[in-house]
Design a protein around this ligand. Sequence first.
Ligand code: BDP
Length: 697
Amino acid sequence: ESGYRLWMRYDQINDEALRTQYLKSLSGIRIDTISPTLKAASDELGKGLSGLLGRTLGLSSTASIEAGSVVAGTPASSSLIRGLKLQSLAGLGDEGYMLSSMVHNGKQITVIAANTDVGVLYGSFHLLRLVQTQQPVVKLSIVEKPLLKHRVLNHWDNLDRTVERGYAGFSLWNWHLLPGYLQQRYIDYARANASIGINGTVLTNVNANSLILTEEFLPKVAAIANVLRPYGIKVYLTARFSSPIEIGKLKTADPLDESVKKWWKDKADEIYRHIPDFGGFLVKANSEGQPGPQNYGRSHAEGANLLADALAPHNGIVMWRAFVYSHEVDEDRFKQAYNEFKPLDGQFRKNVLVQVKNGPIDFQPREPFSPLFGAMPKTPLMMEFQITQEYLGQATHLVYQAPLYKEVLDADTYVKGKGSTVARVVDGSLDKHALSGIAGVANIGDDLNWTGHLFGQSNWYAFGRLAWNHQLSSENIADEWTGMTFSNVPEFKVSLRGMMMKSRENLVNYMTPLGLHHIMGWDHHYGPGPWIKDKPRMDWTSFYYHKADSVAIGFDRTASGSNALSQYSPQVRKFYGDLKTCPPEYLLWFHRLPWSHRMKTGESLWEALSQRYQQGAESMDPLIAGWNKLAPYVDQERFDQVRMLLAIQKKEAWWWHDACLAYFQSRSGLPFPQGVTPPKETLEFYESQHFHFVPGI
Ligand code: BDP
């Protein structure tokens, strides 16, 4: 058991009584017309229920309806569903579904109904999830529809199959063998995504290569799109802004130039000839050396609109990233995306979403929410989370990220009074946008278990579930995932939930406690590097963010410092700006404080910082002991995968502890408080560590 089957394992339920009970309600499947999507649904139901219930279920388009039949379809695909005249379908849109226990001609049946085939597919996965997690399937009355429209994975995959910030092997997309050879993995990827409602995927890196837009690659992209289509997944590509020059032989890529406009229009037409339901473009422009409209003195809006106009006739969208920070480092990097984008509010075409990273800097273990959320009411803002663990221990640390995602989604911007959460900005309900979306930078590669660390699967899963419904709790998502991936034994689930729920905070403690941020190793971002200073850009160093000296530590973002807090609404500004209310988790994000600063606990800042590092590193022992206790519930191979990685994680957690404490003590000059283990080696030792190979750069 390598982990390849993800959460779609469908092994027979051990408890015979339970199986018998399920078989009473789920004894055969009837799906009438078979479109590719309904075939996917019926295959999944057939395979899943037969596996779980240990009996091959009759699957038919003509079978008579018996007690226990599962009837799945839309009013268009099934005369039976049409005949039921289901009222709730009206409110379900084109992706929602209902699961209902009903009596039909005196027989108890289960209905999976939707307005569209993909709704039926989503409903089928929901029914399977209920059985996989051993929930009752009688008296069902479930109505679901997604809160967000575009639920998209972003692959940072290069055409040579390396993956930027990817720690799970090489890219899934085998460009060399496409379009002729279609791996089973593409189908399983589609199944996994459909099972959690992901409906789009950007195949290529945001640091884009224009070759993907040529006739050499488009047939390959079309082949992938053909595999994903039945599963309701649209394909998107990253568009390199200078493509008209690089592959179009034009002299300019100026968005206001007529030949450039025509080039993109023709390019869009060409792409849609290959892929009639192509989703659109994701663009990183004028950021970290990528070309963009500013090369021609044009704004981000002018750049985005150029592409939006080319895609509009085909109903494509542009996801334009707000991850920008300028060449001049005189302004706090925290403020730059807001400064550049806020003035453009209202200038984007209707088919543009501005895609904003969750925090103002870059996917740190903890960031306050980006102040752009709430600041651009006239523009739909798309959330960008990172599923791949660039700054969260890469593929060796067990970190369940749902709590991180939830923390951001549930944060209150207060822009329209209390309750103006980031989630409501993103789902469009706050400012009444029809377009809405969320993106997750994928952690998927060609490793046998897809994500490098088995628990990376939980983050892919959690991302999808929250993209569908951001109101779900992290605990429930963890329970679903563990039940489907490992075991439904209650003690097992409770223990694992506890371990998963603590994992992110533990990591914050051993990496960046009390609001420290961006203190990782240079370039590869592997391991600690709080000493990093004197690099070509100040805001790529660690020192820029913590500024620790013999007196104080932290980044003053209040009015006496960079005043980045002014980008938030007054309530948020006050909350973080006032030392009386600022939670310790965000302290050094917003305040520069003397080492002697008294925390609410009575400890000094130095003591608190040291203790958090200690707590973080020490948290590894209970985690390891906890996992070892779960051995009886997990097969050997997957158990060992996690066990070995936990040992590496423990070493690395102590490495963070030791290196950071050695460094910060060299600044504070203070003794380690009681109970804090002094670093094993000297600061020079930690600084001298070099790594010849770290994946994902
Ligand atoms: C940073 C990564 C870099 C990405 C960049 C981005 O270090 O590899 O290209 O973000 O999001 O997190 O564009």
